[in-house]
Design a binder for this molecule. Structure first.
Ligand SMILES: [Zn+2]
Length: 196
């Protein structure tokens, strides 16, 4: 992306960070409001999986809130621009934010999660019962933690950032004898007619 390069994103950023370019999905589904009461969006299959996971968590007394879901290239570029304007070096910015075009949030599969009583988008989240629940159960719903401690992408530890993967969802379903994971009661209503 030329605009990102102009801001100072290194030309071989994706290759060096082992980050794949992320495409925006053709369709997005609203998963309800985020913490700032803006509508949050995911691609259809990730949205259905998240709704199932949220219901399953709720039954265990865990409230999963959405801090951020789908974000456009332009939005991500705006985040970087804002940080540059505040005088941050590009290297420091890229240690915590993915460059536009490489954020999993573009794909409509990634979520930044929060839970009441714990600081939003802070490492504090890892001490929450919600994080413990996600570590045990998210994979069954096709979600995994993208940036654990010491990840190979050089991105800071993000216990709140979870991404849905079709392959993971398929594997979980196979392990469950072809049945969808718990919380699927209302999933059929949300299932899109076409695949994302
Ligand atoms: Zn995130």
């Amino acid at each position: 992306m030329a605009a990102a390069r102009e801001l100072g994103v290194p030309p071989h950023y994706g290759r060096e960070r082992h980050l794949r370019p992320q495409r925006e999905p053709a369709r997005l589904v609203c998963i309800g409001p985020d913490l700032q009461q803006r509508p949050a969006w995911l691609r259809p299959r990730a949205a259905a999986a998240f709704q199932r996971m949220r219901r399953s968590a709720a039954r265990a007394g865990i409230e999963l809130q959405v801090a951020s879901a789908w974000r456009s290239f332009g939005y991500q570029l705006g985040i970087l621009c804002g940080k540059r304007e505040r005088g941050l070096a590009m290297e420091a910015i890229l240690a915590v934010s993915a460059a536009p075009g490489y954020s999993e949030h573009h794909s409509g599969r990634a979520l930044d999660l929060a839970t009441p009583g714990y600081a939003v988008l802070e490492e504090d989240f890892e001490r929450s019962p919600a994080f413990a629940w996600l570590q045990r159960h998210a994979q069954r719903h096709g979600f995994s933690l993208s940036y654990p401690r010491g990840n190979r992408h050089g991105i800071a530890y993000e216990p709140w950032h979870w991404c849905w993967h079709a392959a993971l969802a398929r594997r979980a379903r196979a392990l469950n004898g072809g049945r969808p994971p718990p919380g699927a009661r209302d999933a059929r209503r949300h299932r899109p007619a076409t695949r994302a």
